[in-house]
Design a protein around this ligand. Structure first.
Ligand code: NAI
Length: 345
């Protein structure tokens, strides 16, 4: 049988290693360092499917071009799909994703960021490298007994809640669709802002919750609140965050995602001038830690991503259905079983 031809965009060394390890000859993969966009989509011509990541632009023009090339499948190797014009995709290009690759990886990274920030590990590491053993300015606080507010209690949010409970923290949460019988104390958002010492975001980015952290919500938070965002940058209005930090209202921010990250993250800008003043200013703050959308990056997650993505493509192309298809019409963002014909095209 002819191998399935896959155009793989925004390919990094670790992607190539994990996908090559998962590919036993079923796929002919063309790896492209460049991102998928209107300018690069022609690279996919002649392929059976495209494979894309969080910062590839799968907008209407890209979807039309794919349709023109006869490509009916876009395989996301991530969970979030806010970079896809999913409504325009309907009837044209099927979109599959990896709903969960390692929720532990992301939840553990959120806690790693929190501990680093609270115990000033990032400062201590640099000091002791320079044989500076002074403790001045390194005072942290106990997590035990603090209240953590979790926004989004899906796979990642719930694991993060368990980790926090292990530290003796009190967990409260907000979710648009609260989980029944979960034992989680759900509260309205304004109560979560008011009661939390630490707030961690684990919900998808939608038009409705874009900039849910803004001037008003920051005003409603406790003085000294710590914010952790490993979800999507657009949840936080970065200018409002910067103002909150300068006003000493926000005690710390741990950011694995940033709303304008697509221009910067995953690239090496050392030795270059970064044009994004807001990001640059945030990074200069002593109480801000930025990682470059790294929360997913564990060996286990990369293996799951590769195996699930290739499985999604193979299943879809062979059977015309895949349980990991995204369908805005049926509203099932975690699984579209496709047995309800008339909804999915
Ligand atoms: P999930 O689908 O299991 O859980 C999401 C939860 O958010 C659900 O309980 C849902 O009801 C809730 N939700 C939906 N809309 C909401 C809203 N407007 N307000 C509050 N809650 C809302 O997703 P999972 O796997 O836990 O992932 C969460 C997010 O983490 C993803 O959407 C993605 O953006 C992000 N992510 C980040 C990664 C990274 O490397 N930084 C890697 C993987 C995911």
């Amino acid at each position: 049988m002819e191998p399935i031809k896959l155009a793989f965009f925004d390919a990094k060394e670790y992607d190539k290693a994990s996908f090559d390890a998962a590919n036993d000859g079923r796929f002919a993969i063309d790896y492209y360092d460049t991102r998928l966009s209107e300018a690069t989509v022609r690279l996919a011509e002649g392929c059976d499917a495209v494979c894309a990541f969080v910062n590839d632009e799968i907008n209407a023009a890209v979807l039309d071009a794919l349709t023109g090339f006869g490509i009916r499948l876009a395989a996301l190797r991530c969970a979030g799909y806010n970079n896809v014009d999913i409504r325009h995709a309907y009837g044209r290009v099927h979109v599959v994703r990896v709903p969960a690759y390692s929720p532990y990886a992301v939840a553990e990274h959120a806690m790693a960021l929190l501990l680093t920030s609270v115990r000033r590990i990032h400062k201590a590491y640099i000091r002791t490298k320079d044989f500076n053993f002074s403790l001045n300015g390194l005072t942290g606080f106990d997590l035990h007994g603090k209240t953590v507010g979790i926004v989004g209690t899906g796979k990642i949010g719930r694991i993060f809640a368990d980790i926090c409970r292990g530290f003796g923290m009190h967990v409260i949460a907000y979710d648009k669709f609260p989980a029944k019988d979960s034992g989680i104390e759900y509260v309205p958002l304004d109560e979560l802002w008011a009661r939390s010492d630490i707030i961690s975001f684990h919900c998808p980015l939608t038009e409705e919750n874009r900039h849910m952290v803004n001037r008003d919500s920051i005003a409603a938070m406790k003085k000294g609140v710590m914010l952790i965002n490993t979800s999507r940058g657009g949840l936080i209005d970065s200018e409002a965050l910067l103002t909150g930090i300068k006003d000493r209202k926000i005690g710390g921010a741990c950011l694995d995602v940033y709303e304008e990250e697509s221009n910067v993250f995953f690239h090496d800008f050392s030795g270059h001038i970064v044009d994004d003043d807001t990001l640059s200013r945030l990074i200069t703050m002593p109480n801000v830690i930025v990682t470059s959308h790294q929360a997913f990056l564990t060996a286990e997650a990369l293996q799951n991503i590769a195996e699930t993505t290739l499985g999604n493509v193979e299943r879809f192309l062979q059977t015309g259905a895949c349980e990991n298809e995204i369908c805005y019409k049926c509203g099932k963002i975690t699984a579209c079983p496709q047995d309800h014909k008339g909804k999915c095209f």
